[in-house]
Design a protein. Structure first.
Length: 374
């Protein structure tokens, strides 16, 4: 029986992880869960999963029949339990602290939180061996890399669906609505990552994440638009062989693989029917329509504080768009401006990272005021 903890259990990835845990309750015991707040969904999860521990940073009510962990001390305790595998399904920069504590404690971690890997960067690079990636692209590369030697890699190729605006004329970007941006053609995800997919920022972040997770130089990481979302990642080796990972676009597949590794479990998903697929399409990214892909990659190449500022600026700009404070086309400009105005020393520890995050938030608070006033 494998014990797991699900951090961010009420979100999109967290909820799908709960479904897998319930399907395989003869193989999995959920020992701990966490959420941003106490909700009806969380209470229902507690009833059906019966975890021993629940973490809420600032609970607004009591919970019965569980050990409730709160605050910073509670988070540290959560990240140091006797648990076989932690699943980090927390969204955005809130996933940084638990990732840091878990890796420092030598815990096995399956993560969908790319922001933590990007912001921690070089600081915990030697600890990334404890990570099982949940993002479909990184799960694909993780699996394909097992077929060859690292020194034989010519390049890795991350695929992107292109999002809902792949074929939309750039002249129409001015009037993109929130609902349009949240209508992803292939994947069912949380709001933040769905907007990131629409801007192609998500793929830029994934390039940085791949650089750190697999210790691959940026010059060996390529991005290709693949609207079918059937191929999730490819590795080209020095002899010209390309090995790809294919499946239907279903997040339960990489989640399940991260939990079951080295085994594979049936998850009642649809299987590929190649006769119905017919053809697979590939395109180069349009950098004029989607400038954030290149902005993100350049920030990654610069290293130091740049990936942190990029991550924070994106999270805040996306939240402004979802709140109706800015337009879709404003997101890249705001992120670029924030990066250009930033100047920090290279972070050496968690406190340095958190300070950069706080200072970037302050700058963006003032930036929003100036945007509103103008």
């Amino acid at each position: 029986m494998k014990t797991i903890a699900i951090l961010g259990s009420t979100g999109s990835v967290g909820s799908q992880t709960v479904d897998i845990a319930l399907k395989y309750k003869d193989k999995i015991k959920v020992k701990a869960i966490s959420a941003s707040k106490i909700s009806e969904k969380l209470i229902k999860q507690i009833e059906i999963l019966k975890p021993e521990y629940v973490y809420i940073e600032n609970p607004n009510q009591k919970l019965n029949n569980v050990k409730l962990l709160t605050g910073e001390d509670g988070l540290k305790k959560l990240c140091d339990l006797e648990i076989d595998l932690y699943i980090n399904a927390v969204s955005g920069i809130n996933g940084i602290k638990p990732t840091y504590y878990l890796l420092n404690n030598g815990k096995n971690l399956a993560t969908a939180n790319k922001e933590a890997i990007i912001c921690l960067g070089e600081i915990l690079k030697e600890k990334y061996k404890y990570i099982f990636p949940i993002d479909s692209e990184h799960s694909a590369i993780f699996q394909v890399l097992k077929t060859g030697k690292k020194e034989d890699i010519k390049r890795i190729i991350l695929t992107a669906s292109g999002g809902p605006f792949l074929y939309k004329d750039i002249k129409e970007f001015e009037n993109i609505t929130i609902q349009e941006a949240l209508s992803h053609p292939k994947w069912k995800m949380g709001n933040k990552i769905t907007i990131d997919s629409a801007t192609l920022m998500n793929k830029g972040l994934e390039v940085i994440e791949a650089h750190y997770l697999f210790d691959i130089p940026y010059k060996k990481i390529d991005v290709v638009i693949h609207p079918d979302s059937i191929i999730h990642g490819m590795v080209e080796f020095i002899d010209g062989t390309v090995i790809a990972n294919l499946s239907v676009p279903d997040m339960r597949i990489p989640i399940s693989y991260a939990i079951s590794y080295p085994e594979r479990w049936i998850i009642d998903n649809n299987y590929l029917d190649f006769s119905k697929i017919g053809n697979l399409k590939f395109l180069n990214p349009d950098k004029e329509k989607f400038p954030l892909l290149d902005i993100a990659i350049q920030a990654g190449k610069k290293g130091s504080f740049y990936p942190i500022v990029l991550t924070v600026a994106d999270e805040i700009a996306v939240s402004w768009f979802l709140e109706g404070k800015i337009k879709f086309i404003d997101i890249p400009e705001i992120i670029q401006k924030t990066i250009e105005k930033s100047n920090f020393k290279t972070p050496e520890n968690l406190d340095d990272i958190l300070n950069i995050i706080d200072e970037t938030k302050k700058y963006m608070d003032n930036l929003l005021i100036s945007i509103i006033q103008n």
